[in-house]
Design a protein around this ligand. Structure first.
Ligand code: PLP
Ligand code: SF4
Length: 348
């Protein structure tokens, strides 16, 4: 049987999410004006904006509180003077990805799982992200026509799970995703597909008929790890997108980053986990910040992070408590924070 191509309706839908993406706000002053915060313009860092531009979809801006300079969503995206502060230990390659690179856009650090840097693009630029310094544009799996990445996956039979990451893999057009999944079908040792994406949260328009059609047709169990840091990132449009993904058979998890001034209170973390669950998403990881240059003002120190996590654990059912972890270069998995602290102690 010849599979039917995308219908004209699906093409129209694709044009819709891509238009929403193109219409993202890129000027910090415009963002402040939309929020009635013109007077806050002196907080903007031109240097930070030049190094890693502001980019934020309008639907995400609609979830920010008008007139609140401390809005937790605004803080995640606005380039501010704090980023210019040089902080010891905050580096350009904070997670050692340069060393772990094995092929075209493939990072194989952990047993059984290989991560594909599918694309360098994102719909939003998050100020705390290590991607702000990473030369993704030169070395993504899709840019090389997937060939190099597929060779690595084919040859290593210990790899059972392919993780699409980026950048944001769902910023790829449906036909690029199909190209990849078609090639992966022929690799017998692949058992699971995982997709790490912030798009269902920041650009829920992306979850359209074409994407759901692709998901429905995949031969493996699919896990989608979305990325929300605050309960306010959910609204009816996000709920609908997540419901669509679940109906297509995906298991939904959330990872968040612990960020000072965004979610570093038990109330904020608890409502993030509860609000996510309401949308069908289970908490997965709460990450300690990667120590990337320009993000020092977001850091929550380890003792405080642990204390917050202990209190969160006493407040919520176990299945709503994310694992508090940090990424340590050279470790065989993400490291639970308590143990990460112990191993630092033993090392000295
Ligand atoms: C985080 C990460 C994974 C996934 O780890 P899980 O603990 O399975 O979520 C895989 N590969 C790389 C390179 C990673 O950074
Ligand atoms: S990779 Fe994730 S955290 Fe980084 S900018 Fe893109 S969406 Fe934000």
């Amino acid at each position: 049987m010849i599979p039917a191509g995308p219908s004209p309706l699906q093409h129209e839908a694709a044009a819709r999410w891509q238009a929403a993406w193109r219409q993202a706000v890129r000027d910090p002053r415009e963002l402040l004006t939309l929020l009635g915060l013109e007077a806050q313009a002196q907080r903007i860092s031109e240097a930070a904006a030049a190094q890693f531009p502001l980019r934020v979809p309008r639907g995400f801006i609609a979830r920010m509180r008008h007139g609140d300079p401390d809005d937790p969503l605004l803080r995640q995206v606005l380039p501010v003077l704090d980023e210019e502060r040089v902080a010891p230990g905050f580096e350009l390659d904070a997670v050692g990805d340069g060393a772990a690179r094995r092929g075209h856009g493939v990072i194989h650090k952990y047993n059984g799982r290989a991560l594909l840097i599918a694309t360098g693009s994102c719909a939003v630029n998050c100020r705390y992200c290590f991607r702000r310094h990473y030369p993704y544009a030169e070395d993504t799996a899709a840019a090389a026509g997937w060939r190099g990445a597929l060779d690595v996956l084919r040859q290593d039979r210990s790899i059972h799970e392919v993780i699409l990451s980026g950048g944001d893999p769902l910023s790829l057009a449906d036909h690029k995703l199909t190209e990849l999944s078609d090639a992966l079908r022929d690799i017998p040792h692949i058992r699971r597909l995982r997709i790490h994406s912030r798009l269902p949260i920041v650009l829920p328009e992306r979850v359209d008929a074409g994407l759901l059609h692709w998901l429905h047709g995949l031969p493996w169990p699919v896990v989608i790890v979305v990325h929300a840091n605050h309960g306010n990132e959910f609204d009816a449009t996000v709920d609908a997108a997540l419901a669509g993904l679940r109906d297509a058979g995906a298991t939904l998890l959330n990872q968040a980053v612990l960020l000072r001034g965004v979610n570093d209170s038990v109330d904020a973390l608890a409502s993030l986990c509860e609000r996510g669950f309401q949308a069908g998403v289970l908490p997965y990881y709460l990450h300690q910040l990667d120590r990337v240059a320009g993000a020092a003002h977001f850091e929550v120190d380890d003792p405080r992070a642990l204390a917050l996590h202990v209190e969160l654990t006493s407040r919520l059912p176990g299945y709503l408590v994310p694992r508090l972890v940090r990424e340590i270069p050279g470790h065989p998995s993400k490291s639970p924070l308590s143990r990460a602290l112990d191993s630092t102690a033993h090392a000295v």
